[in-house]
Design a protein around this ligand. Structure first.
Ligand SMILES: CC(C)(COP(=O)(O)OP(=O)(O)OC[C@H]1O[C@@H](n2cnc3c(N)ncnc32)[C@H](O)[C@@H]1OP(=O)(O)O)[C@@H](O)C(=O)NCCC(=O)NCCS
Length: 156
């Protein structure tokens, strides 16, 4: 993901996370840490080409932060009309490759307790629930499930 992707990413963000969408500043701040020899972030966009007219569009995006050997899935989202075709799995695979490249021994994430679709995706990749953060998602006050995938789970 580069700064010029942000208008399209922000449109998707507003659509998919209407209650707690990231601001442009949050994306800018993350991208500021995504380049150079001391980068701690990896942000991706999935670009698809329309076979009819050759136009490109962003169909999904995802980001990971890596701090002191722990990766954190910051965001992952697929456009509603592209869900269910494996794009979420591909984005998550790329984030886990990035976590390995950052030498992370574990990857954590938070997911809304009512987001069973995302939870199934994470479980398929070996993430396990390790706790709940009460009222994590504001302003709605929805709880977050904290999930973790360790290097051992990745190997198994
Ligand atoms: C969660 C999310 C990223 C998943 O993305 P996705 O592209 O639909 O994920 P996948 O296609 O890899 O997997 C979704 C389902 O499609 C199925 N699937 C994948 N490829 C398929 C294919 N070729 N044919 C049929 N089904 C397929 C998967 O088995 C999975 O089924 P399940 O939900 O019953 O387990 C997406 O739903 C999303 O963006 N949601 C809104 C934002 C969000 O909640 N993000 C997570 C925040 S923590």
């Amino acid at each position: 993901m580069r700064w010029w992707d942000l208008p399209a990413v922000l449109l998707l963000e507003e659509r998919m996370f209407p209650e707690d969408a990231w601001s442009p500043g949050m994306f800018w701040s993350e991208l500021a840490h995504a380049r150079g020899p001391f980068a701690t972030r990896r942000y991706l966009v999935a670009v698809e080409t329309d076979p009819a007219d050759g136009t490109e569009r962003i169909a999904g995006y995802a980001g990971l932060a890596a701090v002191d050997g722990t990766g954190d899935v910051q965001t992952i989202a697929v456009a509603p009309d592209r869900e269910g075709h494996g794009l979420g799995a591909r984005l998550l695979t790329e984030l886990l490759v990035a976590a390995s490249a950052f030498d992370c021994h574990e990857v954590l994430l938070e997911v809304r307790v009512d987001n069973s679709r995302a939870q199934r995706l994470y479980q398929r990749f070996g993430f396990e629930a390790i706790g709940v953060r009460r009222g994590y998602y504001q302003p709605a006050g929805v709880d977050a499930l904290v999930m973790r995938r360790t290097s051992e789970e990745a190997a198994g």
